[in-house]
Design a protein around this ligand. Structure first.
Ligand SMILES: Nc1ncnc2c1ncn2[C@@H]1O[C@H](COP(=O)(O)OP(=O)(O)OP(=O)(O)O)[C@@H](O)[C@H]1O
Ligand SMILES: [Mg+2]
Length: 332
């Protein structure tokens, strides 16, 4: 028998017991160990949702990167600083003049060592007045100056009551080429927790809560097969069924428009060659046969293999022991 959890307060949340326990232990032991944590995973796996759950209703400084266009340099840091200054203004008095570039709206010139030091040391100062637990959501979209500052901060913050928790997409990152190297360095300096799709029982609990009925094993298998356990896609598919049974892709009417938009956006920025190969791959079978693909597209097999590698890097195909597959939920 399946137990459907009754959830009466707050947004729906299922599973992730291990990750919550890890975050909770890091929050209780602030000031020991690494000052930077990373929650990594593909889009829609639930990084932000997990973090909100772990932090509860406490108003921690929360910054979000701006991925859609030109944001001022150090934008996430500016958001955190403004929030911290409201909490403990006296900690920022000493370096007020140098911090004015960020606090009072001007654009900071990137690479300014003195500015970075003032930010880092003021936050240490603030943490001695009140422990600092801060978030930067979507660090993969941060500008290079933000990443450089955080790399410099890591050793200065170690030992102080500071915990910076960041979320990071592992695929579809669109990280600017000049920030790639800094992001990799920051990742090395952080404790990383990689999220994957929800398990069978977690998908069952989520789908049952969303559908307000008990979703049976066969439906959970269909959901797992189509979504890889990504909660964003589980939500979309359950909502699109409007009370009817959840079917495998072969018997369903395809993806709901909300999810189609996500996928079109994800595939849209790839080159035309990659899109062609993916489109054909999705039509042929779940498992990709590079030779068959090359034949059907009349392309040399090396060209198809190159594209397959790119698509694996983008998280649109996955490499498993038995071969290369269209990654759920994107293409099936
Ligand atoms: N553990 C969970 N229980 C229930 N719903 C969840 C869970 N995790 C995520 N969700 C739901 O899935 C959707 C996607 O979650 P979220 O926005 O946290 O993903 P993300 O990994 O931060 O994605 P992105 O990389 O796009 O920021 C949200 O609607 C969220 O409510
Ligand atoms: Mg998120």
């Amino acid at each position: 028998m399946i137990v459907v959890l009754m959830q009466t307060q707050g947004p729906l949340f299922v599973g992730r017991a291990q990750e919550l326990a890890w975050l909770s232990s890091r929050l209780s032991n602030i000031g020991t160990g690494n000052s930077m944590l990373m929650l990594s995973g593909p889009p829609g796996v639930g990084k932000t949702c997990l973090l909100r759950k772990a932090l509860g209703s406490h108003p921690h400084p929360w910054a979000k990167t701006w991925e859609f266009g030109e944001a001022p340099g150090l934008w996430p840091i500016t958001q955190l600083l403004r929030s911290l200054v409201r909490r403990t203004p006296q900690a920022f008095e000493k370096d007020r003049a140098i911090l004015a570039a960020l606090l009072e709206g001007g654009q900071a010139p990137p690479g300014e060592f003195a500015l970075y030091q003032a930010v880092i040391q003021s936050i240490v100062q603030a943490s001695w007045e009140q422990p600092v637990v801060a978030v930067i959501d979507d660090i993969h979209a941060a500008d290079r100056s933000t990443l450089e500052l955080l790399i410099m901060a890591e050793s200065a913050w170690r030992g102080a009551p500071i915990l910076l928790i960041m979320t990071r997409r592992t695929v579809d990152t669109r990280t600017s080429p000049e920030a790639q190297h800094c992001l990799a360095r920051l990742l090395q300096l952080s404790d990383d927790c990689v999220l994957s799709g929800l398990s069978h029982s977690e998908v069952q609990a989520l789908a049952s809560l969303l559908a307000s009925r008990t979703v049976d094993d066969e439906e959970v298998h269909a959901l797992l097969r189509r979504t890889g356990g990504l909660p964003l896609f589980v939500e979309g598919l359950v909502h699109s069924t409007r009370g009817s049974r959840i079917l495998s892709s072969r018997n369903s009417r395809g993806l709901p428009p909300s999810l189609r938009t996500v996928i079109v956006d994800r595939i849209g920025h790839l080159s035309a060659d990659v899109r062609d190969v993916l489109r054909r791959a999705a039509l042929l079978r779940d498992q990709i046969d590079p030779a068959l693909l090359a034949q059907s597209l009349r392309l040399p097999s090396t060209a198809v293999e190159n594209v397959i590698w790119q698509a694996i890097g983008e998280g649109l195909l996955s490499q498993e022991e038995s071969g290369v597959f269209c990654d759920p939920p994107t293409l099936r």
